[in-house]
Design a protein around this ligand. Structure first.
Ligand code: GLN
Length: 236
């Protein structure tokens, strides 16, 4: 995925997260401000979210551009969640163009999005991958290893493919985990909750740019950053 976002906090409507901000994911699908690879994100979009008393996330994905989805625009103002993960896709050359190749991927409990690319040859074959797209194989590996080991998995994959770009975003409904490895990411903490996004969706001065090669964890208690470079550790 070329641009993704996550929200953990007070329930918000999907419209307020994906469609309404001045530089929302919707706007980022045709006019991203910080995208380093690709120009538009028109190869599909997806959103996953959790609702109370249900461990399994709900998911809506499409192989079409977000801007053309009038049905989603109609229901998005009345769907609310306190934990949301969404993405718009710019397909890597050679990857399939189909709904099953669009994030978020899931193992039935976790949701995962990948902004970047990785050589599929360095990933183990995954029986339960949702698609042959590199991101789905990577998601299957992360689910297999346990998403709690996200940082370790990213470092290991990068060792096998030094050209890989591995900005990942994952959630189980109670926390968000993200990595920066080759692309942009920003975080915003508000009294209502925290957001993680490939790029800020507005000009709020509270957005903080995350340096490259970091693991970000968002819980109801706040945001922590850990360097994925050997020996680095930091909190914010
Ligand atoms: N490699 C992934 C795909 O083809 C993600 C692409 C991206 O981040 N632009 O869908």
């Amino acid at each position: 995925m070329c641009r993704h976002l996550g929200w953990l906090g007070r329930p918000r409507t999907l419209a307020s997260l994906l469609l309404e901000p001045p530089s929302s994911l919707l706007v980022q699908s045709w006019a991203p401000r910080r995208q380093r690879y690709g120009t538009v994100n028109a190869d599909g979009w997806g959103v996953g979210f959790y609702v109370s008393d249900r461990a399994q996330p709900a998911r809506w994905r499409s192989a079409r551009p977000l801007w053309g989805d009038a049905s989603f625009a109609s229901v998005a103002p009345v769907i609310s969640s306190g934990c949301v993960l969404a993405a718009v896709r710019s397909a890597t050359v050679g990857m399939p163009l189909e709904e099953s190749a669009v994030a978020p991927f899931t193992d039935g409990h976790w949701l995962l999005s990948h902004n970047g690319r990785v050589d599929r040859a360095v990933l183990p074959p995954a029986r339960d991958a949702e698609s042959v797209v590199d991101s789905a194989l990577l998601a299957a590996l992360v689910f297999d290893r346990g998403p709690g080991a996200l940082g370790e998995t990213v470092v290991e994959v990068a060792r096998r493919d030094p050209a890989a770009r591995l900005n990942l975003l994952a959630t189980d409904g109670t926390r968000l985990l993200a990595t920066t490895w080759g692309d942009t990411l920003s975080v915003l903490s508000t009294p209502d909750g925290s957001a993680v996004a490939s790029e800020p969706w507005d000009d709020d001065p509270g957005w903080i740019d995350v340096p490259d090669r970091y693991l970000i964890e968002v819980t109801p208690d706040g945001v922590s950053l850990t360097s994925l470079a050997p020996d680095g550790q930091e909190s914010a």
